[in-house]
Design a protein. Structure first.
Length: 241
């Protein structure tokens, strides 16, 4: 899947994986012992917990690169009163998401470059393992677009796979829709976010233990600075005007 294409070609490349996404995703992560729902849920739990500590209740949420809507269920549960927009360049993926969650969000197609919303349209932006599908030279421009549509004081949570974790790299190598993926280390991602206008950001590493070692997961709260978790997120806040 290549993000840099004419809109119709780009859409077709993403559409071809839409119907098989759930099965392929589940197969690629089988060594973890977990399901796609687990990985979707923990991300939203992390976002909700961070915002709760700050007393923030987002009214308008952007799920950037939302695909077939795997994050929408936990997102709707965590933020029941929020307006949620799922944005994706694949119409087929959005159609699947719309059928899975009718009436629970605004499902919006875009051209892969310009977010079709006005400045300061959202209080929270979220991207779940999207940017490794996007060519590196497009990252800063797209993050600038996300920064543009955020309100002052709004948060951006960008989750990615950790290329320093061997189980993660194995999963990516064995997943058809990750065929052209290029994993991004957290240092480079923070630099790109800074270049896009997010001058300060925080990196948190997650998922250190597979399900067989789930009893050890309470220890993960002490490991979030160790760059060996299966995934990580970068959290940045747009400066208030």
């Amino acid at each position: 899947m290549n993000w840099r294409r004419e809109p119709r070609v780009l859409q077709a490349e993403f559409d071809q994986f839409a119907l098989e996404y759930q099965q392929q995703h589940a197969a690629s992560i089988r060594l973890s012992g977990e399901t796609p729902d687990f990985f979707a849920r923990y991300k939203i739990d992390d976002v909700a917990a961070r915002l709760a500590r700050s007393g923030v209740k987002p009214r308008r949420i952007l799920d950037f690169g939302a695909g077939v809507g795997n994050s929408l269920g936990p997102m709707r549960a965590a933020f029941p009163d929020s307006e949620i927009t799922l944005l994706d360049p694949s119409s087929e993926s959005l159609d699947i998401a719309r059928k899975r969650f009718p009436g629970q969000a605004d499902f919006r197609h875009f051209d892969g470059e310009t977010i079709p919303y006005d400045d300061a349209s959202f209080d929270l932006a979220f991207a779940a393992c999207v940017f490794h599908h996007i060519p590196e030279d497009l990252h800063v421009g797209l993050i600038k677009e996300i920064e543009r549509v955020l309100t002052g004081g709004g948060s951006f949570f960008l989750f990615e796979h950790n290329p320093w974790n061997p189980l993660t790299t194995h999963a990516v190598r064995n997943c058809a829709f990750d065929e052209n993926a290029i994993l991004i280390n957290s240092r480079d991602l923070r630099k790109r976010m800074a270049a896009a206008g997010f001058s300060k950001s925080d990196v948190v590493y997650r998922i250190f233990f597979p399900r067989v070692l789930a009893k050890l997961r309470p220890l993960e709260r002490f490991l979030t600075r160790m760059p060996v978790g299966a995934q990580y997120f970068v959290h940045a806040v747009k400066p208030a005007v």
